[in-house]
Design a protein around this ligand. Structure first.
Ligand SMILES: [Mn+2]
Length: 318
């Protein structure tokens, strides 16, 4: 598959690389790394504008297009870190559907191989690691800028190398990326110590309003839209709340329920050992064992009740 993908990328005239909606460090880092490796004929599309500001240091990210200035002129579309095609929306989906060649680089075990060419490795920590292996296999030179992008992808998806998905090979990849001369200290500062004031204040409010269930094994917080207005915060500022709640010693499953509209609630879940995909798949969501998400088409309070009822079915396994 690697050879076929390389041949398709070589033959392509105009390539669009698409990151997933509500982008994180893995999808943005992977997108920029691939753009830098391919060069001129590749464009990038960010589907959520603005994207989290802390990633604005990623090399080449300022060249990325948004729905305002992207056109359907691409014969080849590549998705990075996109678990399912419904994570590509609006014009992005149309461009994907009309492209002659589609390529899918990913690491979600729930990925249904939705493209013409699929390089999906559920053993990899991140899409960044999948690309690292692809670059090694195809003898693509990993420049300092590409290394920065891949390091951000791996660092953020492994929670600073703390999660189960950080395996020996992940550390080998990180070591090789560091050998290009990038600074792990500087990158960590940019990813973790450069938060907006609104974000930290919103998060501490949400965390202090955490509710507990099942002998404190399940914990959650609700984020109504009114709260974002109160803190002058943006959607991206809710990233990371779940991780803080999960860090409580008794907690096995943590979730944050974010109101998206009157009739739709976005759920982010984190666990320590429990496989969350058994829950998110019931709501047509996806993700990984310890980090998953879904959207429930109900108002905030009803969505939370529905989700709790589902989680309680597994109470004895927690
Ligand atoms: Mn990822």
């Amino acid at each position: 598959m690697i050879k076929q993908i390389r041949a398709q990328i070589n033959d392509a005239k105009k390539i669009l690389i698409i990151s997933h909606i509500n982008p994180d460090g893995d999808t943005l880092g992977s997108m920029c790394a691939l753009k830098l490796a391919i060069g001129e004929k590749a464009d990038m599309l960010i589907q959520t504008d603005p994207y989290p500001k802390m990633y604005s240091f990623l090399p080449s990210i300022n060249e990325a297009k948004t729905f305002d200035n992207v056109q359907n002129i691409y014969d080849t579309v590549i998705t990075v870190d996109v678990a399912a095609i419904d994570r590509v929306i609006r014009l992005g989906k149309k461009i994907f559907n009309t492209a002659k060649v589609t390529i899918n680089f990913d690491h979600h075990k729930t990925n249904p191989n939705f493209a013409g060419y699929n390089l999906v490795n559920p053993e990899a920590s991140s899409c960044g690691e999948v690309l690292f292996d692809y670059f090694k296999e195809t003898k693509t030179k990993i420049t300092k800028d590409i290394a920065t992008c891949l390091y951000v992808a791996i660092l953020t998806d492994t929670g600073c190398f703390r999660y189960e998905n950080a395996k020996e090979h992940t550390f080998d990849a990180a070591k090789e990326l560091l050998s290009t001369g990038i600074s792990n200290v500087e990158i960590s500062k940019k990813c973790y110590d450069s938060k907006a004031k609104e974000m930290v204040l919103l998060q501490s409010h949400c965390v202090s309003n955490t509710k507990f269930l099942c002998n404190d094994k399940v914990a959650y917080t609700k984020i109504p839209n009114s709260l974002l207005r109160e803190f002058n915060a943006k959607n991206e500022h809710t990233d990371g709340i779940c991780e803080t709640i999960r860090s409580i010693d008794t907690v096995e499953i943590a979730f944050a329920a974010k109101e998206t509209s009157n009739n739709s609630t976005k759920i982010s879940l984190r666990s320590k050992n429990f496989d969350l995909t058994q829950i998110t798949e019931k709501f047509s969501g996806g993700g990984h064992k310890n980090s998953a998400g879904c959207t429930i088409n109900l108002p905030l309070d009803d969505a939370v009740e529905t989700l709790i009822a589902e989680i309680k079915k597994y109470e004895k396994n927690l």
